[in-house]
Design a protein around this ligand. Structure first.
Ligand code: 5GP
Ligand code: MN
Length: 336
């Protein structure tokens, strides 16, 4: 599965070339952790490297080493465009479809840069020139460790990179509980741990620094918003624009909400609908063998992993939910 094209790639890398790392919009812990992990490796070599994010991200990550150097397209579009346009090599981390980088996608497509995709989602679109891809990997952060190890000796990591990679692995494995967590995941976590990082501190920094309004929102969602379909083993949670305003919802605040429904006995699929400015953002999670990435790709312009995927809809919130109910009923037999 791991298409190792690095042998051809590594000779192209040196301090003369401009290296740019980008990742998907609204980057999560793995997107940021893998990007910054690779950034710290290149920095340690003395190479020119910049991380460009298509959007902002949760303040839970604002302590990560190197994050203050990230060029955010939302804040500084001209600078972000310039880096992507002029990159010699563009590293595309934790996504495999250019639509995931929003406005930067056309620039990336048309730029002369060589594109290196490092990713663990299924069904790559095929925009890349070099590929380090394994859909069985727990996280892109895990792949970054292996990717660099193919070039350097095994013990390449410094403390900054270790912290970042740990965030990626920890968040994408649901703190080492998802079945994507393998012996390799633990091995990489060991390498990271050996450098002396305080893993419980990292957990606290990422998960235990929410605002009171966010905790209140969790209560509100669980009590008032989470519903189970009467005729299907499916939980639905929806938040509209007014609710987002009422609870002062910021980027990242609804992270984890799609999992709430799965905690209910008998529920096999949970769907979360959040009414953003210009679209409804959807998250799917399942604990059965039903492939939510294919379902999302077919009906909601989305994709992701078999058990955790996302998508979007340009229809209104209510219409989107109605469409979802109709489509999931059509797939009822596959759910069990
Ligand atoms: P989430 O529901 O947390 O946004 O995303 C779950 C998984 O699906 C993540 O791995 C994420 O990268 C991926 N994902 C989320 N939205 C999309 C989408 O619109 N398209 C694709 N291809 N993947 C998505
Ligand atoms: Mn990931």
């Amino acid at each position: 599965m791991l298409e190792n094209t690095c042998q051809k790639l590594w000779p192209l890398l040196n301090k003369e070339v401009s290296l740019v790392i980008t990742t998907h919009h609204k980057p999560d812990g793995d997107a940021l952790g893998s990007s910054l992990g690779l950034y710290h490796f290149f920095k340690s070599k003395g190479w020119q490297v910049t991380v460009v994010s298509p959007t902002d991200y949760s303040s839970n990550f604002n302590w990560m080493p190197g994050q203050q150097e990230i060029v955010n397209y939302d804040v500084n579009p001209e600078k972000a465009k310039e880096f992507v346009e002029n990159a010699d090599i563009l590293f595309c981390l934790d996504f495999n479809n250019l639509s995931r980088i929003n406005d930067l996608s056309a620039l990336a497509k048309n730029s002369k840069s060589k594109k290196v995709m490092i990713d663990h989602h299924e069904y790559p679109e095929g925009f890349d020139d070099f590929r380090f891809w394994n859909p069985k990997a727990s996280s892109t952060a895990e792949l970054i460790y292996q990717f660099v190890a193919t070039f350097d000796h095994e013990n390449w990591m410094n403390l900054e990179a270790a912290k970042c990679l740990y965030v990626g692995i920890m968040t994408d494995t649901g703190s080492f509980r998802h079945d994507s967590t393998t012996a390799i995941t633990h091995l990489v976590a060991k390498k990271v741990h050996d450098l002396g990082i305080q893993t419980s501190k990292i957990h606290e920094l990422v998960f235990d620094r929410g605002k009171l309004s966010r905790t209140r929102l969790v209560g509100y969602v669980l009590y008032h918003k989470l519903a189970v379909m009467e005729d299907m083993p499916v939980a639905i949670t929806a938040l509209d624009k007014n609710e987002l305003k009422q609870f002062n919802v910021q980027t990242g605040d609804t992270e984890g909400f799609a999992n709430f429904g799965l905690g209910i006995d008998g529920v096999l699929l949970s769907a979360l609908f959040v009414e953003r400015q210009d679209m409804v953002k959807i998250s799917f999670r399942t604990k059965s063998g039903f492939k939510v990435n294919l379902f999302s790709q077919k009906y909601f312009e989305g994709g992701g992993h078999q058990k955790a995927a996302g998508g979007r809809s340009k229809m209104g919130l209510e219409e989107t939910i109605e469409k979802f109910k109709q489509k999931i009923r059509e797939h009822k037999d596959e759910l069990f």
